[in-house]
Design a protein. Sequence first.
Length: 168
Amino acid sequence: MIASKRPGTTDLKYYRDPKHGFSMVYPEPWHAFDLIGAEGRLFSERKDDHATCIAVEITPLPAPVTADDLPLLRRAFLRGLRSAPGSRILRRDDYDVGWAVGLEAVQLFDEGGARRKRWVRVLYHKQHQYRLVAQGRSPEEFDRWLVDFKPAMTSFKFDGGVAPAYPE
């Protein structure tokens, strides 16, 4: 392993998306890909294996989501997570912060014969759903990269996707 690619020692790089109005960070040496069949980006340590990744998928909605929608969203979110083979939800939460409504969970699940671990955040802002996922190809790999997953998942900002202006 290259020393610069060790979790916790990598620089974080900003990804800005002016089209969808957000920015986020990801480990600088990782590769960036467009999602296939959806709007968004995927960032992965490896070019040929995306099992360990950070991804954001944007879906337009027919109407804005409000805090009144949380009970229905919570049920649907948990039903979706539980439908994954071998699903075990380790932690979950939901919230209304006024300008956005969100749900999140950390989950173990089975995929292609492998046990995986992921952190999923679903944010509703204006008339869009933003689904963020930080996933490890194994629970151990998830835990190893958690030091870099945390800033990626928690620094997500609805800032127009543009660099901040600095006073002259």
